[in-house]
Design a protein around this ligand. Structure first.
Ligand SMILES: NC(=O)C1=CN([C@@H]2O[C@H](COP(=O)(O)OP(=O)(O)OC[C@H]3O[C@@H](n4cnc5c(N)ncnc54)[C@H](O)[C@@H]3O)[C@@H](O)[C@H]2O)C=CC1
Ligand SMILES: Nc1nc(O)c(N)c(N[C@@H]2O[C@H](COP(=O)(O)O)[C@@H](O)[C@H]2O)n1
Length: 248
């Protein structure tokens, strides 16, 4: 899909949901949770199926958001299903040849080490100077380490890595002060319950139904949102909001 320039009214719409320019380095990294869903709350046609939901107008927003974050995080389900590039391919003020400099650092949550960098789209982009090399979050030191990768070893409880530990270590050890989380469903459903981690929520709603076999986003518990605002495009709408802080 070719990328058109961003619609001008999207820039002020997104402004208050982006990481602040003067983000206090003592704080935890600013985390934006963002994804595209169908009307029936599906993010793909089925497990392992890369599915395009965003229209041209909203796809370009993803790249605008990528530009504004130091890191871009996805789970192993997504990296294995989509073979994504995770680089920044468009920004209104930066020439295409300079975009890799402004691309976020990919962060892949792959505790069981199922994914390989070599042979991936991310690897090709990195080798062509169009994207950065990833940080792979693993639960133990790999027996064979791949070139160019940084491994972040976090020993989780029953295979689950603690989000607070993860974002703090990304900040302290890699200088990552803002993280855009793109999915997939497992990661999104966990983070929708973590108002202590997530600072902004930006959801594209595409004008399509993906059906009951689709991968669904629906957190374990009901949650409420605050500061919700909507932008309306030709085919999609975007909701930006924040999670309600828990009282307990
Ligand atoms: N429409 C959209 O915006 C997006 C759609 N997708 C779609 O989502 C689907 C993949 O979703 P899922 O299968 O749910 O995969 P996922 O990307 O959420 O990955 C789940 C895996 O990540 C790891 N993980 C996640 N949280 C962890 C934690 N706290 N501790 C340790 N490991 C953790 C585990 O290995 C877990 O099995 C694909 O079909 C993909 O196309 C993915 C991203 C965005
Ligand atoms: N914003 C958005 N809209 C969709 O319709 C999508 N399917 C996704 N998916 C996310 O984008 C990643 C692909 O990135 P590249 O274009 O290859 O750089 C994919 O892995 C999902 O995280 N997002």
């Amino acid at each position: 899909m070719s990328l058109d320039p961003i619609r001008q009214d999207l820039i002020p719409f997104l402004a208050s949901y982006l990481p602040p320019e003067q983000h206090n380095i003592e704080n935890k990294p600013f985390v934006t949770l963002t994804y595209a869903q169908s009307i029936d709350a599906r993010i793909s046609l089925g497990p392992g199926i890369r599915t395009s939901i965003s229209d041209v107008e909203t796809k370009v927003m993803t790249h605008y958001l990528r530009y504004h974050h130091d890191g871009i995080l996805i789970g192993s389900g997504t990296v294995l299903a989509d073979d994504p590039g995770l680089n920044c391919k468009w920004h209104p003020d930066v020439a295409e040849s300079k975009l890799s400099e402004y691309s976020p650092r990919p962060i892949i949550l792959d505790p069981s080490q199922k994914w390989r960098f070599i042979g991936s789209k991310m690897y090709d982009l990195f080798k062509n100077g169009e994207g950065k090399s990833p940080i792979i979050v693993v639960s133990e030191k790999p027996q064979v380490e791949e070139e160019y990768i940084d491994y972040l070893i976090i020993d989780g409880h029953q295979g689950r890595i603690d989000w607070k530990t993860l974002v703090d270590r990304l900040s302290n050890e890699f200088g990552i002060k803002s993280i855009m989380v793109e999915g997939g469903a497992f990661v999104i459903n966990e983070l929708l319950l973590r108002d202590d981690i997530v600072d902004s929520l930006i959801v594209t709603v595409g004008s399509t139904y993906l059906g009951e076999d689709g991968v669904q986003v629906s957190p374990k518990k009901a949650i409420s949102l605050i500061d919700a605002d909507w932008w309306k495009g030709k085919k999609d709408s975007i909701m930006a909001a924040r999670l309600v802080p828990r009282t307990n």
